[in-house]
Design a protein around this ligand. Sequence first.
Ligand code: NAP
Ligand code: MG
Length: 401
Amino acid sequence: MAKIQMTTPLVEMDGDEMTRILWKMIKDELICPYVDLKTEYYDLGLEHRNETDDKVTMDSALATQKYGVAVKCATITPNAARMTEYNLKEMWKSPNGTIRATLDGTVFRAPIIVKGIEPCVRNWEKPITLARHAYGDVYKNTEIKVPGAGKAELVFTAEDGTKIRELIHTFKDGGILQGIHNTDASISSFAKACFNYALDTKQDLWFATKDTISKKYDHNFKDIFQEIYDADYKEKFEKAGIEYFYTLIDDAVARVMKAKGGFIWACKNYDGDVMSDMVSSAFGSLAMMTSVLVSPTGVYEYEAAHGTVQRHYYKHLEGEETSTNSVATIFAWTGALRKRGELDGISELMEFADKLEKATVATIESGRMTKDLALITSLKDVTICNSQDFIKEIRKTYETL
Ligand code: NAP
Ligand code: MG
């Protein structure tokens, strides 16, 4: 069989530790035998980031803007321990943070559903995609530990010197204070990314805040979403047969627990942080969670939701066998290849992505899986595969489809 040809390269961002090992296996076994893979390669492994003073991360983000689609391997976000381990010149920023800031994107996370790995919530039949606003609020806060009695005020000084002043609280004794912000531009980008993603995936969109209590701050989120929806998306949603609705965050949480799934849940930054961990763990495993960053201009960066699986990597370095789950990383590749195929009008590439995903799911459903899934599956006859063998089993399944 001739290999599938590509016209535009994918931006390929290589990464660190165990996921870097899986990365190569996936390419060698599952992609390159079938696709004449065209990529523009960026090595975001920590050593190379350090050598290039992290310029490679910025370059990869700019290349993503240029080509429109990227696939990213998990990378180390340096901390004090990594400074020593990798003898770093600086504590480089999180690559995901840099890429997110450059693309001004929203992160969408969705679980991969397979029979035999049942969600804890029995009525969740379809995936729930979580969209998290990744700017501002408590993540860019200013805090004061109030030492004693006094008056706290919120002051805004305009460029012309005019002031807006509000009393926060008159303290009789010690306490705490916090200042947070967001911008209309960032909220608008978030809203557009959510509406576009809903149209793209033909799913309803839910959005929730606490606007009954936060009558200006949260209400602003609600208003911006509604204005953009009414102006640019209402008709498109009606045509696609999907729905946008706004509700209170507590009502949304209650409804999500009773829902069947199959929708996108857009959350403010903090809600998204907390709820995405709840949703992913309730669906079974972090190793089965995909993640895609979508910019308001329609640029896509695909990755797995988990990290570099450091503990497994150290075992691997000691020559021990590992059983690391490659599913989310495989789906990062299929997501990116499918999107490339869609943008370039290459249906074979889209069909390849579908078929590889089908082979991955079918392999697990036949009882061949990595250890993390074997521990939680309801299937009876289970074969635990090592990292390499699991990928080889997927290839075998692929060949039978
Ligand atoms: P992690 O890599 O997600 O792994 C945490 C634990 O979850 C693992 O030790 C493993 O549990 C389990 N796990 C995660 N993915 C798995 C997989 N594919 N297959 C099997 N088990 C899996 O998180 P971490 O250890 O906290 O972080 C390691 C590094 O990743 C850090 O340097 C962090 O900065 C980075 N990170 C990167 C990203 C990203 O690039 N998007 C995201 C998060 C973290 P057991 O050990 O019990 O088997
Ligand atoms: Mg979190």
